[in-house]
Design a binder for this molecule. Structure first.
Ligand code: NAP
Length: 456
């Protein structure tokens, strides 16, 4: 059975769930389609708002239970799991409050007659979602699209089935009609089958480049629109006029949040020469404070990685980097002598442009450190990446920070902080980090029909 909850701290299998059977899959597709046509798309904003508002408030009532499920299935520190639940509820509220305004008809100025653009829902959408933020990723996809009048089906990552079920139950308990939000324990072959089904109108994927390429190819064959939120290797630039203490604080939270398993984690630390030695020293000292333990214990600071495979992959990347000339400034190994998929906080330096590590995403607590001569060299390294998701610039001169931000080839740049996600801020990337946007007013415009109505 592919869908399994395996506790990353104990390594123990908690629960398994069978893949969906063919006849059940057909039943759920038919239900979703009928719900879209005859019920959900016909409701007004007020009726949809009531369901999403109720879901947000139920999520807050269930916060502890839902947060514990995240920690049990993918290992996040419990305080961060609680933070994720709160953010997901805020996203549900945000679209409930603003969808009608975001999708209001636009009256066009036209020399003749009358013209307007109306936004109408397109049908059943399919989301393929990752394990690293099991509710936040789903809320980002479901909340705007449900408010737009679409219905959604979700194939969640196979390592977080209990979170997947908890979110589906939340929507049902909030009063969503059957078929408005459907969880599917689908196999990869079934993903292809669902995408090919004529009742599915568009597909959103958050995950790796490899999964994005496969899913977008299936959708492309069927001429269906996709949005892809893929990997990243965000640069964290520290200029010579940066506030060092602030930079260190954000470097630590940017690299260590979610045990480093975030698409917008700060991954490449690019520091100009006058500050490089001091930054490296303070950064390592702060990383040295992290201590592994039970992620359900509030006192723990270092969480395990989500799976044994994830840890093995990260260790392979570190040894690959070293084999190609990188130096381990600290860490570099698994944490021995305790259960759990723990990786030591690690810093790699001396990473040349022809080192495979230079272009890879390190999905865990491994920081790549670069020292550069000046601002231009920092920008050049930041942009010399297949990814284009986010990035940070540290400087006390905000106008300078904005000028640098404009030269960075990514979908998001943060001045004097690591990446931040909030319902009103658009989220997404360019290059191999994907296309399309989630959150903010942009996130609700991806899967609606912008229909022109013109009166002669
Ligand atoms: P992943 O392996 O690509 O999995 C993501 C989802 O895609 C899962 O549901 C997975 O199902 C499914 N999937 C994988 N291969 C597939 C295929 N061939 N056909 C159909 N479905 C497939 O990624 P992950 O390891 O869960 O997440 C880590 C990656 O996601 C990182 O690269 C990270 O940067 C990226 N990410 C991006 C964002 C963003 O917003 N840009 C946010 C979070 C994460 P199974 O679990 O069943 O394999």
């Amino acid at each position: 059975m592919a869908y399994q909850s395996i506790n990353p701290y104990t390594g123990k299998l908690d629960k398994s769930f069978a893949d969906i059977e063919a006849n059940k899959l057909e039943e759920k597709l038919a239900l979703a389609h009928s719900c879209f046509k005859h019920d959900w798309s016909q409701r007004d904003f007020q009726a949809r708002t009531a369901v999403l508002k109720r879901a947000a408030s139920l999520m807050r009532e269930r916060a502890q239970m839902m947060a514990e499920l995240i920690t049990l299935e993918m290992g996040k520190l419990i305080a961060q799991s609680q933070g994720e639940v709160a953010l997901s509820a805020a996203i549900l509220d945000y679209y409930a409050d603003h969808a009608e305004q975001f999708l209001a008809p636009e009256i066009l100025k036209t020399p003749k007659g009358e013209a307007m653009v109306e936004s109408s829902p397109i049908g059943v959408l399919f989301g393929v979602e990752p394990w690293n933020y099991p509710y936040y990723q789903v809320a980002r996809f479901a909340a705007p699209n449900l408010m737009a009048g679409n219905v959604v089906m979700v194939k969640h990552a196979s390592s977080v089935p209990q979170c997947a079920l908890a979110f589906e139950q939340l929507m049902l308990d909030a009063g969503a009609p059957t078929g408005a939000y459907t969880n599917l324990f689908a196999t990869k072959d079934q993903v292809a089958q669902v995408i090919a089904d004529p009742r599915i109108r568009a597909v959103a994927l958050t995950g790796s480049e490899a999964a994005g390429a496969v899913v977008a190819a299936h959708a492309g064959k069927q001429l269906k629109k996709t949005t892809l939120e893929l990997g990243g290797s965000d640069a964290f630039i520290v200029l010579e006029d940066a506030d060092m203490d602030k930079a260190i604080k954000h470097a630590i939270s940017g690299r260590m949040g979610n045990s480093g398993q975030a698409c917008t984690a700060s991954k490449r630390f690019i520091v100009v020469e006058p500050l490089a030695d001091a930054f490296l020293e303070k950064f390592q000292a702060a990383l040295g404070q992290f201590a592994p333990g039970d992620p359900l214990d509030k006192a723990t600071t270092l969480a395990p990685l989500s799976s044994a495979e994830a840890l093995d992959h990260l260790l392979e990347q570190v040894s690959g980097a070293v084999a190609h000339g990188a130096r381990i400034a600290m860490g570099g190994s698994r944490v021995e002598g305790m259960p759990g998929n723990f990786m030591q906080p690690t810093v790699l330096t001396d990473i040349a442009g022809d080192n495979p590590a230079y272009r890879e995403e390190f999905f865990g607590p491994v920081a790549l450190f670069f020292r550069v001569a000046d601002e231009d060299a920092a920008i050049a390294i930041a942009n010399d990446s297949p990814f284009g998701l986010g990035g940070s610039v540290f400087t006390q001169d905000i106008e300078r920070g904005k000028r640098v931000a404009r030269k960075i080839d990514t979908g998001m740049v943060f001045i004097n902080s690591g990446a931040v996600s909030s319902p009103e801020l658009p989220f997404g990337g360019v290059k191999n980090s994907g296309y399309g946007r989630e959150l903010s007013s942009a996130g609700i415009q991806e899967f609606v029909n912008k229909k022109l109505i013109r009166v002669n």
